[in-house]
Design a protein around this ligand. Structure first.
Ligand SMILES: Nc1ncnc2c1ncn2[C@@H]1O[C@H](COP(=O)(O)OP(=O)(O)O)[C@@H](O)[C@H]1O
Ligand SMILES: [Mg+2]
Length: 166
């Protein structure tokens, strides 16, 4: 990703072994591109030394495969967090607000779910893709906007602007 290199964004990868998961390759790539582009945009106002995106693969407490993308960017207010998956919601002057809505639908089509978390403005954001969720048993809309803060946070808020990746 040339932009990521040019913008001095540090990439952190933490991959734990997981069982094989069935995904739609093109849809998953589409979801990741959207989430990574958003993270990159959110890092524009973060001091270069603090810019980081952490990719983590692992399992949630239920044993489901999880892929999270966590940035040290501008963060998301609690009010906005509840809307980020809504069609047309954007805080960008030239944004469309379609990206995350499409991501949420694509994840449900793959039998998964995407959730968002942020400790607030200036404290970064995390988007978590969970696979192997029984899509038929859940209301996709409410799950998509379900914003649960992750524990064991690898990108911890710091007292200065941005956040640090441990
Ligand atoms: N990594 C992120 N950090 C902070 N805010 C984010 C992040 N990802 C998404 N958002 C918020 O969610 C909104 C919706 O994102 P998206 O659906 O991709 O539309 P767009 O990128 O066109 O605004 C963004 O405008 C922004 O307010
Ligand atoms: Mg977007």
């Amino acid at each position: 990703m040339p932009n990521i290199d040019a913008n001095g964004i540090r990439i952190v990868k933490r991959f734990q072994p997981i069982a094989r998961v069935s995904v739609h390759r093109t849809k998953l790539i589409h979801v990741l591109i959207n989430v990574i582009k958003n993270a990159e945009a959110a890092l524009a106002t973060t001091p270069v030394a603090d810019r980081a995106i952490a990719f983590e693969i692992g399992r949630d407490p239920q044993g489901r495969a999880v892929l999270s993308v966590r940035d040290t960017g501008e963060g998301i207010t609690a009010v906005n967090l509840a809307q980020v998956f809504s069609h047309g919601f954007t805080t960008k002057p030239t944004g469309h607000g379609f990206g995350l809505h499409t991501c949420a639908n694509a994840m449900v089509e793959m039998g998964g779910v995407i959730t968002a978390a942020s400790a607030g403005p200036g404290l970064g954001a995390a988007f978590t893709l969970t696979f192997g969720v029984d899509a038929g048993a859940e209301d996709a809309g409410s799950r998509a906007s379900d914003a649960t803060a992750a524990t064991d946070d690898p990108v911890r808020p710091s007292s200065s602007a941005g956040a640090a990746v441990a």
